[in-house]
Design a protein around this ligand. Structure first.
Ligand code: ATP
Ligand code: MG
Length: 135
């Protein structure tokens, strides 16, 4: 069951990462998972701009949020390219390679679909059960 699904496309520039964060915050206002979702989308959007063809002049990336009964699915569609996302556990103390490690820590899981023409890097957050309040 999908409670809602919403997508927004951004220009592939570093400034758009801030807009993508705001988009997530606005869509998930009041949700306990909003902060984690914002951090995850920030890392995935930064990667789309830095490592995929979305970062070339005129490139774009699309952020999607899908809320289901017990989980939140977050996806960033990029414009592909020769490189593929991969986490570097051994680079955890280094300058780079922390983004996807953070996504690993914050999410219940993440993955990649697509190919050099365009990839979706997605992550899932499990929703905290909310207490039922009887009025
Ligand atoms: N959307 C993407 N398209 C292509 N390659 C990607 C994408 N996202 C990540 N990668 C690859 O996976 C690697 C790991 O990504 P990660 O976010 O963990 O580290 P980083 O972006 O290199 O550094 P940091 O996020 O710490 O600034 C990247 O260096 C890049 O090679
Ligand atoms: Mg990164």
């Amino acid at each position: 069951m999908s409670l809602f699904r919403i997508s927004r496309t951004f220009l592939g520039s570093p400034l758009s990462v801030v807009e993508a964060r705001r988009f997530v915050t606005a869509m998930l206002s009041g949700w306990p998972e909003a902060e984690d979702a914002e951090l995850i989308v920030s890392e995935l959007a930064t990667n789309a701009v830095r490592h995929s063809e979305s970062g070339r002049f005129g490139g774009r990336f699309t952020v999607s949020i899908q809320a289901e009964a017990d989980r939140l699915w977050l996806g960033v569609l990029d414009e592909g390219g020769p490189r593929s996302p991969r986490a570097f556990p051994h680079h955890v103390d280094g300058e780079d390679g922390r983004g996807l490690m953070l996504v690993t820590e914050l999410s219940a899981g993440w993955g990649v679909t697509g190919d050099d023409k365009g990839r979706i890097v997605w992550a899932v957050l499990e929703l905290l059960p909310q207490p039922v309040v009887w009025q």
